[in-house]
Structure formats: C-alpha cells, structure tokens
Ligand binder design. Sequence first.
Ligand SMILES: *[C@@H]1O[C@H](CO)[C@@H](O)[C@H](O)[C@H]1NC(C)=O
Length: 228
Amino acid sequence: MATSNLNPTLSSSSFFLLLLLLSFAAGGIVFPPTCERIECPSYNVIGVGKGFEIRQYPWTEWVSTAPIDDISFVGATRTGFLRLFDYIQGKNDYNETIEMTAPVLTEVSPSDGPFCTSSFTVSFYVPKKNQANPPPAEGLHVQRWGFKYAAVRQFGGFVSDESIGEEASALYTSLQGSIWAFVNEGRKDDPKSVYTVAQYNSPFEFSGRVNEIWFMFDMQGVKHVYAN
Ligand SMILES: *[C@@H]1O[C@H](CO)[C@@H](O)[C@H](O)[C@H]1NC(C)=O
C-alpha cells in the first residue's frame, strides 16, 4: 500500500477498520460478539506474544460462589452458573434483577477432597450500574478486585473437561521463552490458584464461541518486566 494514497480525510469508519487490521497484525484479540450486546469488563492490553496477550483489569467486581468440589469442570461450572443465574433473576436479598454480563469465570484449584476432585469457584461480572451496591445473597460473596493482571489464551467451541487442560498447557508453553515466562514461575508460588476459565457465550450459541484461559498474576511481576 502506497502511503501517498492514504486519504487525509479518512472517514472514521475506515479509520476504525484500519485500527482493526493493525490490531490483527499485532496479534490483538477479537472481541467476543457477546460484548456488543452485554456488558463485559474493560481492560488494557499491556503485552502481546505468540498465542497469548497480557491484560490489566482495573477495578472489577464479581459475585462468586463458594468453592464447589467436583471431578468435572463442566459439571461444577453448570452448578455455579445456575446459582448465579438465579441471583441475577432476583434470588437475592433485594429481590433485584441484574443484567446478564460476560464472561463467567471458573477458577480451578486442586482440592483437599477425594482423589481427582478439584475445587471450582464460579463468578459473575457485576455490571457497572450495580457495582456500588450489589445485592447480598446466601451462599454468594462479592469480590472487589484492584488492578489484576492476566496472561490470556483464547480458544473457540464448547469448553470440555479435556480441552481446558490442553489449552492451559498451551498457554504455559507459549509463555515459556517469552519475557512473560515469569508468569509461569510466579504461579508455582501460589499452587492454590491453577488457572481461570472465562466463557463469553450462553449454551444456546453454537457459532462464534469465545473462551479464554487466564493465568492471573500480581503487580510485582509487571515491575520485573519493565525493569529489564
Ligand atoms: C423479596 O420477596 C420475598 C418473597 O416475595 C418477600 O418476602 C421479601 O419481603 C422481598 N424482599 C424485599 C427486600 O423486597
């Protein structure tokens, strides 16, 4: 493309198209289609690598289940999601209905329970409108996050018990050898939190599904990258 051909009065829509193309070229992510219809938390992309990106989430709020012990990620997520769905339908201390948001997060950790079970905490992103005063509800708790960082890998389709392990190892591998490899190292210090799975679509959407594996990490690591 000859630069001289660029029209200086580039319309804003072609400008956005250009930005979109550039962000593809830079390996930027494609926003899940659901985020055009329902609220998603905003974030800053502070790093991009082959097969992953690094995000900073400023000040988000989540309503979370108690840890659910299960042998199946899919089963535990369904249990947790149904509880959270009741919550937004008005089963809370204020009888208040809340708009659906995305993503639904499932944090996967090893559990102290019987062999092969894990512990799953399922969380719903609280829309901005409700963040000042989210209704309390039995069995659920509100998490207010300050600045949080996540190394993120996206994948499509329906999440299965098999695919999450594979996608998490792919994220681990892609981080190794990059300047973000310390994210893998740092996670060994916190064996409680293995990884988080973010799902953006309802079970009734069959195409264009977007899911993500998140390895969350703290600020210290980011300082480490910028210091080197
Ligand atoms: C919520 O609904 C229940 C059952 O209809 C009622 O008993 C309760 O008083 C309501 N609470 C509020 C805060 O409106």
